[in-house]
Write a protein that binds this ligand. Structure first.
Ligand code: SAM
Length: 234
C-alpha cells in the first residue's frame, strides 16, 4: 500500500478514509494484521494494524522488508497524446523503472494540457502493482525546446527518430554505461524538421531506429525502454 507518510522503526501511519475502506472494508483486515507499505522514499516496511475503523485507522511500522531500490538515472520524455495512451505510457514507464517521466509539448503536439496529478497517481499505482519501492516523478508539461535549452551536459539522449525507420535496431552505447540517460519519443505527428535538426546536432544525442515499421508513440516508448534496459539496465 502506498502512503504519503514517513516510514521507519516505530513510526505510526494514519490512514485516510479511502485507505481505511480498502484495508478494513475490502481486504477485511483487523487489528494486528500485517500490511506492506511504501512511500517512494523509505523502502518497503511491514506494518501492523494498530487501530481500525470504517473511516480511519493507524498502522505501526514493524520492520523494513525491502530497501529503497532507486532505478538507474533514466528519464522518459514523450509528447502527450490521447488520454488513455498517455496514461499507458506513464504506467509502463513506471513499471519499467524510469526514474523521471517528462511530458513535453512539441511543434506537432496536439495536447496543450495534462493532468499532472492524475498521471502521478498512475505512476504510484504502477509502482505498487509491480512491487517497486520507488515512484518516478511525473513532471509538469513543458516545451521540448525549453528542456533542450537547459539540457544537462552530462545526460545522454536516446533520440527515437521515426525518419530512421529501416535502419538497424541498435543503440550504440560503448560510452554510455553508468551515465545519466533520457529517452525521447515524439508525438503522433512526429518531429518537425527543425526539431530533428536540433536533436541530431546535440553532442549527447544517440539517434535510434526502433525497427522497420513506424510504431505508435505508446508502443515506441515500451520498445525504446526495453532496448535501453537490455543495454544499460540493471
Ligand atoms: N508521424 C510520424 C510519421 O509518420 O513519420 C510517426 C510518429 S510515431 C507514431 C511517434 C514517435 O514514435 C516518433 O516520433 C518516434 O519517436 C517513435 N517511433 C515510432 N516508430 C519508430 C521507429 N521505427 N524508429 C524510431 N522511432 C520510432
Amino acid at each position: 500500500l502506498y502512503v504519503d507518510h514517513p516510514l521507519g522503526a516505530g513510526q505510526t501511519v494514519p490512514l485516510d478514509r479511502d485507505q481505511a475502506h480498502y484495508l478494513f472494508g475490502v481486504m477485511r483486515l483487523a487489528v494486528g494484521a500485517r500490511v506492506a507499505l511504501f512511500n517512494g522514499r523509505d523502502g518497503e516496511w511491514q506494518a501492523e494494524v494498530a487501530e481500525a475503523s470504517k473511516r480511519s485507522g493507524v498502522l505501526s511500522c514493524v520492520e523494513q522488508s525491502k530497501p529503497l531500490q532507486v532505478p538507474p538515472d533514466l528519464w522518459l520524455i514523450f509528447a502527450p497524446i490521447k488520454k488513455a495512451r498517455t496514461d499507458f505510457i506513464v504506467e509502463k514507464a513506471a513499471e519499467m523503472g524510469a526514474a523521471r517521466i517528462l511530458p513535453v509539448g512539441t511543434e506537432f503536439t496536439n495536447s496543450e494540457r495534462i493532468r499532472q496529478d492524475r498521471l502521478q497517481a498512475h505512476a504510484v499505482e504502477a509502482a505498487e502493482q509491480c512491487g517497486g519501492t520507488y515512484v518516478p516523478e511525473v513532471a509538469d508539461l513543458q516545451k521540448l525546446s525549453g528542456l533542450l535549452d537547459h539540457w544537462p551536459a552530462e545526460r545522454q539522449l536516446m533520440f527515437c527518430d521515426e525518419a530512421e525507420v529501416g535502419q538497424q535496431l541498435f543503440l550504440d552505447v560503448t560510452q554510455g554505461e553508468g551515465q545519466a540517460w533520457a529517452i525521447l519519443i515524439g508525438p503522433e505527428g512526429g518531429f518537425s524538421p527543425a526539431e530533428r535538426k536540433r536533436l541530431h546536432g546535440m553532442a549527447q544525442s544517440h539517434v535510434v531506429s526502433l525497427g522497420p515499421r513506424i510504431l505508435r508513440a505508446d508502443t515506441a516508448a515500451v520498445a525504446a525502454m526495453t532496448l535501453w534496459q537490455q543495454k544499460l539496465g540493471d
